[in-house]
Structure formats: structure tokens, C-alpha cells
Design a protein around this ligand. Structure first.
Ligand SMILES: Nc1ncnc2c1ncn2[C@@H]1O[C@H](COP(=O)(O)OP(=O)(O)OP(=O)(O)O)[C@@H](O)[C@H]1O
Ligand SMILES: [Mg+2]
Length: 223
């Protein structure tokens, strides 16, 4: 599902270059539940942003579901992103002034889903995350755990093959963490390939494949 080959991501200008991702290669098969772990600043989000086609690598290649992404135009990248990938951001990025339903509808509008199907999908994904009762609530009124579940609902609304989740339990208590981890496990059982970033080793143990980053490099890759 994901093949990263010699990925490099550098930030800064010529006289002050910082290499956040340093020659990273790994593969994640279809149907896997994989976890990406490593200390703060080790490059996890930078790497996931490249896999999620939000950011471009400085060098190296990423194959997603058999397709080489580096030669793609921005339009092709966007089509692949909306067609196959669900992304749960480290910071929620919800439209606070919109309702839960409207936040999810935006993702469905961008993917070109027709109105009747949008209605069905909104209910379907909210049901899956246990948030159907908050459908008409403003995003700003949700608790932290509810916001995170709303983000997951938005990420799965387009029924992605690949779900990328960047610290989805980062700010949650143990009860909400358990709910989210159970949800990711369930989505994985239903066939979604999941890549989870976490700093919690207990959460990482749910994964069947653990990749550890240190200072931008893979220091272990274990199945
Ligand atoms: N746009 C940017 N410009 C400059 N440096 C950046 C940029 N994005 C990330 N970095 C740097 O790259 C390094 C890796 O950042 P990244 O966000 O990938 O870490 P992380 O492993 O996700 O950390 P955390 O666990 O705290 O979320 C950090 O030192 C960060 O400061
Ligand atoms: Mg991060």
C-alpha cells in the first residue's frame, strides 16, 4: 500500500538546511495496522505529510497503492488524496463555527459526492464513531474526545483505503483513547490499511508493524 524509498525532507535555505527526514525507506502492505513511533521532533508528522500527499519530499519516492506519486501534478495528487486517503491531523483542523455534519460534508463535497449520497455517508461515518447524536452540534461545543472522533469521521467519510492518523489520542484521557484505538482496530479489521503515529507504546502494541524514527532516520522496522 505504501512504499517509501530513500525519502529525504529538508527545510530551510541553502546556508541553513535542516534535514527532518533522512533517507527513509520502508513498506506497509495492504491491510496492515502499522505504527510510527519516535521522540518529539524525530520527523513523524513530516513523514506522514509526505505520505498523505500534503507535502513533497526533497528527494526519494513514494508509491501509494502501486502508483508512483513524485511525477504527479498537484491535481493528480489531490485526486489520489481525496480518493484513497483519510487523514486525521495532529491538531484537529475542524471548522469550529460549523456543525459536525457540515465539517464532514466538506470532505464529501471536495471528493465530488452527490447530495443524497452525502447525507447517507454523514450518518454512516458518525454512527461508526459514535457521534450521530452530535450531528447538528457546533464543532466548537464538542469535548476533546468528541472533536477527535469527528475528525476520524471526516477522515473515513470518503471510505479511504488508507487511514493516516497523527497522534489521534494525543490530548485524550484513557477512556477516550481506548474508544479511538478500538475504532482504528475495527476499521483495520474491515480492510482499511492504518498508519498510526503515537508516542504511547501501549497504543503502538496494537499494531502488527512498528517503525521507529530517530532524528529523521528509521532505527527499527519490526513486524
Ligand atoms: N515547515 C517546517 N520548517 C522548518 N522545520 C520544520 C518544519 N516542519 C517540521 N520541521 C522540523 O522538523 C523536525 C521534525 O518535525 P515533525 O513535526 O515531523 O516531528 P514529530 O516527530 O512529528 O514531533 P511531535 O511528536 O512533537 O509531533 C522538527 O525539528 C521540526 O522543527
Ligand atoms: Mg508530529
Amino acid at each position: 500500500m505504501i512504499i517509501c524509498q530513500n525519502l529525504i525532507k529538508e527545510f530551510g535555505t541553502a546556508d541553513n538546511i535542516f534535514r527532518a527526514v533522512n533517507d527513509v525507506s520502508f513498506r506497509i502492505e495492504k491491510g496492515e495496522f502499522a505504527a510510527l513511533i519516535g521522540a518529539s521532533g524525530s520527523g513523524k508528522s513530516t513523514l506522514m505529510n509526505m505520505i498523505g500527499l500534503i507535502d513533497m519530499p526533497t528527494k526519494g519516492s513514494i508509491l501509494l497503492d502501486g502508483e508512483e506519486t513524485s511525477p504527479m501534478s498537484e491535481k493528480q495528487r489531490a485526486a489520489l488524496r481525496w480518493g484513497k486517503i483519510g487523514y486525521v491531523f495532529q491538531s484537529f483542523y475542524l471548522e469550529e463555527a460549523y456543525t459536525v455534519s457540515q465539517n464532514i460534508e466538506m470532505a464529501l463535497l471536495i471528493s465530488g459526492t452527490e447530495a443524497p449520497e452525502r447525507k447517507k455517508r454523514i450518518d454512516e461515518c458518525l454512527e461508526q464513531v459514535g457521534l450521530l447524536h452530535k450531528k447538528e452540534a457546533l464543532a466548537s461545543s464538542l469535548s476533546g474526545g468528541e472533536k477527535q472522533r469527528c475528525c476520524i469521521a471526516r477522515a473515513i467519510a470518503n471510505r479511504p483505503k488508507l487511514l493516516l492518523a497523527d497522534e489521534p489520542c494525543g490530548n485524550l484521557d484513557s477512556e477516550n483513547t481506548e474508544k479511538i484505538m478500538e475504532l482504528l482496530t475495527q476499521l483495520n479489521r474491515q480492510g482499511t490499511t492504518v498508519l498510526l503515529i503515537t508516542h504511547d507504546l501501549e497504543d503502538a502494541k496494537r499494531a502488527s508493524h512498528i517503525i521507529t524514527l530517530k532524528d529523521g532516520s528509521v532505527i527499527s522496522d519490526e513486524k
